[in-house]
Design a protein around this ligand. Structure first.
Ligand code: CP3
Length: 345
């Protein structure tokens, strides 16, 4: 087998690295001036529909901060549009879906998607990026996990209590199963197509899955996440499975079979790793708000994460959730330098 040059990909496989790899969830975005200059003229959806723009924005944090991986500039909600849902990103409100899924009859208007054509611009951005990135910097593709995407499709936007989602799940389990099954098929097609276009690793974002008890997760969600992760794995690239508020779900999430599990900051990294076991890599888990602390405090928090990883193979440094839009980009660069310097072999 050819030697893997990217330290990020090596860590996914729990191989030894010359320094701990680091990247940040939501590393491209409004906290960067280069991003705002483009975003001023285009909506988010316009940006992702233009593959050259999506590729350019993907590279901004790579060039500015020296991270070890690029994450494709796209969004977990893009596939809901060809599925027949009216999506808009509304300033101050986040994503809004104007025709949410609520009742059994809504199954009739669900469209099957063909990601290679319906989301061909995303695949094109991947092809452009693979031509521009060096072997040292890996390209990560991603999709939302079935539960998190389904929750937006049902609630119609961000939610605190997941009232509509859980009501559907508990009162009409057959409708839920049919619905999430179709969502899973679409998201799996989207994720697998990204790998076929050239994504070298993929992350499955189940950002809101911590809203569920372990029993409900196991019964109503895990089979679908597993199906999706296994399909990506079968394509031969590492898979990262991430959620927040997942302390009680970690062993179940691990059973879905990803190479890497992403931890949020609520659990100390070593405790999370112990719950998962040593046969899986972990990604995380600095509190994104630590980036607002003075350098000495920030450094102590970075060091704590690294100490808890304890130099074991298979740690990818990241935040415990996405970067805040008010973050100072210099602080991000400082974290990259700290991680590389303090772990260099
Ligand atoms: O990480 C990256 O740099 C790649 C791009 C990326 C975006 N969204 C672009 C984006 C990724 C990986 C995502 C994932 C995503 N999208 C998730 C999972 C990660 C997480 O944070 O939990 C979720 C839940 C979404 C859904 C979504 N998209 C929300 C809640 C929002 C609104 C956020 C806000 O601050 O208004 C979006 C919009 C979005 N997606 C932005 C970006 C850069 C903000 C866009 C803008 O208005 O310029």
């Amino acid at each position: 087998m050819k030697e893997i040059k990217s330290r990020f990909l090596r860590a996914c496989h729990r191989l030894p690295v010359d320094a701990t790899p680091v990247w940040f969830m939501r590393q491209a975005g409004r906290y960067m001036e280069e991003y705002r200059a483009i975003r001023e003229k285009l909506t988010l959806l316009d940006m992702v529909e233009r593959p050259e723009v999506a590729a350019e924005v993907t590279l901004q944090p790579v060039n500015a901060h020296g991270v070890d991986a690029a994450i494709l500039f796209a969004d977990i909600l893009l596939p809901v549009v060809p599925m027949g849902f009216n999506l808009e990103f509304v300033k101050g409100k986040g994503p809004q879906i104007y025709n949410p899924f609520r009742v059994e009859a809504d199954l009739n208007r669900m469209q099957k998607i063909d990601a290679k054509s319906d989301l061909g611009h995303v695949m094109e951005a991947i092809r452009i990026l693979r031509g521009e990135l060096t072997e040292e910097v890996a390209l990560i593709g991603f999709s939302g996990a079935p539960f998190t995407v389904a929750s937006y499709m049902i609630e119609g936007g961000p939610s605190k209590e997941y009232h509509h989602v859980k009501s559907l799940m508990f009162a009409y389990p057959e409708v839920w199963a049919q619905f999430i099954g179709e969502v899973t098929d679409a998201l799996t097609d989207y994720l697998v197509s990204q790998i076929e276009a050239g994504a070298q690793a993929v992350q499955v974002f189940d950002s809101w899955v911590g809203a569920l008890s372990p029993g409900d997760y196991q019964q109503h969600v895990l089979p679908y996440s597993t199906k999706m992760i296994q399909a990506a794995k079968a394509k031969g690239v590492p898979v990262i499975h991430f959620g927040t508020n997942t302390t009680t779900l970690l062993p179940l999430m691990k059973s879905a079979g990803s190479h890497v599990v992403g931890l949020d900051w609520r659990i100390p990294l070593d405790e999370g790793w112990n719950l998962l076991g040593e046969d899986v890599a972990v990604q995380g888990n600095l509190d994104p708000i630590a980036l607002f602390a003075p350098k000495d405090v920030l450094g102590a928090k970075v060091k704590e994460v690294l100490d808890r990883a304890g130099g074991r193979s298979g740690h990818i440094f990241n935040l415990g959730h996405g970067i805040s839009r008010f973050t100072d980009p210099d602080q991000v660069k400082t974290v990259v330098e700290m991680v590389h310097e303090w772990t260099a072999k």
